[in-house]
Design a protein around this ligand. Sequence first.
Ligand code: SF4
Length: 219
Amino acid sequence: MTKTNIPEKGAIIQRNLETFSISPHIPGGFADPALLRKIADVAEKYGAKFIKLTGAQRIAIIGIKEDDLDKAWAEFTDRSKAIGLTIRSIQICPGTRACKKAKQDSPGLGFALDKVFYGKPAPAKFKMGVSGCANCCSDSWMKDIGFFGTETGFTVVAGGKGGGTAKIGRVLAEDLTEDQAVALARKIIGFYREQGKFPERLGATIELVGFDAFVQAVK
Ligand code: SF4
C-alpha cells in the first residue's frame, strides 16, 4: 500500500514514499543547545538521511522509518505536532530581545500565540508571523494573521498567504497591546472556524464574506 502523511504522528512522507520527516516543536525557532543536541542524537540513532532547516523556523529530521516514528517522538519532552489542517508553527523574529531595529517584543507575543493556538485545528493550514518592526522579517503581510511592531503597539494584518498564489493581507487593527493582539487572533480564528471551508485559506474566506463583514465579525 502506498504510504502517505501520518498527521497524528506529525510525519510527512518523503519522495521515496518509504520514509518520513518529523519536525520537533521549536517555538519561533528559539532553540537551546540541549534541544539541538537531542535533534542530532535522534537523527543519528534512527538513521536519518539528513537534517533540514524549514521555512517555518523548525528543524526537520528527514528519513525516519515508519516503525521508528513513535520511538523518535518519545525522545522529545515537547511532543506537540502541527501538520495538516492545523495552526502551524508561528514565525517569530528576535524583536526587542536582540534586534536594534525592534519596536515591540515579538517573541513575547509570538510565544503567547504559540501557547494558545499551536497545533489546534483549523479548516485549512493556518499561519501566523510576528515581527518586531515594520521591516516584517517574519513575513507578516503574507500570513493568515500577521503582526508587526510600531512605536505605539502591534499592527495586525489578516488574509495573506504565500505559495503559488501569494496574497498580501489587509490591516485590521493598530496600536494593540500583546493581550489585545492575542484576543483579536482568537476572534479571527473563531470566525475562520465558523465560516471557512477546506481548502480555502482565511484570505479566501474573507473575500467570500466581504472584508467589511469580516471586520464587523471580529472587532
Ligand atoms: S522585523 Fe524588525 S525587529 Fe524583527 S528582525 Fe526584522 S528588523 Fe529586527
